[in-house]
Design a binder for this molecule. Structure first.
Ligand code: C2E
Ligand code: MG
Ligand code: MG
Length: 285
């Protein structure tokens, strides 16, 4: 009974503050599934089964290839490709995100070092990676090992990173910016957009969340939000990437509104390191 009560409590916490949940059989099953997934994740880490996909990012004007975003992939022997939205939160809860995140950095820098020098690589960082002081060292190590110039590395953080880890993040961001690394605010507009961050921290790029891009052709409110974000970026001299471009109409509008960069399935899906290298070479400056 205590065990079941724990499961109900766990669900209540997961569903937010101030809610009550009664135990249901389904909770036991989902807890079991979750434990299996956790064990599989640790096995995958030991056996080095993670890979990175690279999604191209293009200049909005002229359409030239500008770089790639590195995206973690977990090919599961039975489940197929498990999406990062599913496994990253588990690695965050179990602490696996720290070694995994360090690996993603090294691997992405290594790949980018083989591309023509005008292309950047962008790596997603979890808020947890900012908890200690190790982020800066990991980034330096990845750059030194690969020989990649710091100006070719971008680090994507979310607004929640800034909220959760205030003072340590500030110090780390200053160190990174001092070395020439760009910090991008991912999924901008979906969190608690505290606009002061944009100029007090060394943010170099805003990524317009794909939920706004998605609505831009049908919903005047989405267009208004995009306009406000892009205008803000322009005024503060920040680069600005629109994420999740799926149609020509979206591409045209986001370019017209003044985004500097565009990313999305319409322009290019995430692909293997080999595919990225081939694309990078074929479009060399
Ligand atoms: P994100 O950083 O916002 O990455 C963009 C996500 O949007 C990717 O999903 C990408 O495949 C997807 N996407 C790109 N273009 C389109 C489009 O036109 N339409 C639609 N519907 N989707 C598009 P993915 O690879 O599943 O990654 C999801 C999230 O997982 C990422 O969101 C990021 O927050 C997280 N993530 C991925 N890799 C890592 C990693 O190495 N470390 C950490 N901490 N998080 C990661
Ligand atoms: Mg991202
Ligand atoms: Mg994003």
């Amino acid at each position: 009974m205590l065990h079941n009560a724990d499961l109900a409590l766990y669900r209540a916490k997961g569903d937010g503050r101030g809610v009550a949940r009664a135990f249901a059989e389904e909770m036991e099953a989902s807890a079991r599934a979750r434990r299996t997934l956790e064990a599989d994740l640790h096995a995958a880490w030991r056996e080095r089964r993670f890979t990175l996909a690279y999604q191209p990012i293009f200049e909005a004007t002229g359409g030239r290839l500008a770089g790639f975003e590195a995206l973690a992939r977990w090919p599961h022997p039975e489940r197929g490709l498990v999406p990062p939205d599913v496994f990253i939160p588990i690695t965050e809860e179990t602490g696996l995100i720290l070694p995994l995140g360090a690996w993603v950095l090294r691997e992405a820098c290594h790949a980018a070092a083989g591309w023509p020098p005008h292309l950047f690589v962008s790596v997603n960082l979890s808020p947890l990676q900012f908890r200690g002081a190790q982020t800066h060292q990991q980034v330096r190590a990845a750059l030194e090992e690969s020989g990649l110039a710091p100006q070719r590395l971008e680090l994507e953080i979310t607004e929640s990173t800034l909220l959760k880890q205030g003072p340590t993040v500030r110090g780390t961001l200053e160190q990174l910016a001092a070395e020439g690394i760009t910090v991008a605010l991912d999924d901008f507009g979906t969190g608690y957009s505290s606009l002061a961050y944009l100029h007090t921290l060394n943010i170099g790029r805003i990524k317009v969340d794909r939920s706004f891009v998605d609505g831009v052709t049908r919903c005047p409110e989405s267009l208004a939000i995009v306009r406000a974000i892009v205008g803000l970026a322009r005024t503060l001299s920040l680069r600005c990437t629109a994420e999740g471009i799926e149609t020509e109409a979206q591409r045209r509008i986001l370019a017209e509104e003044g985004c500097t960069h565009l990313q999305g399935f319409f322009l290019g899906r995430p692909g293997t390191a080999e595919a990225a290298l081939a694309l990078a070479r074929s479009t060399a400056a």
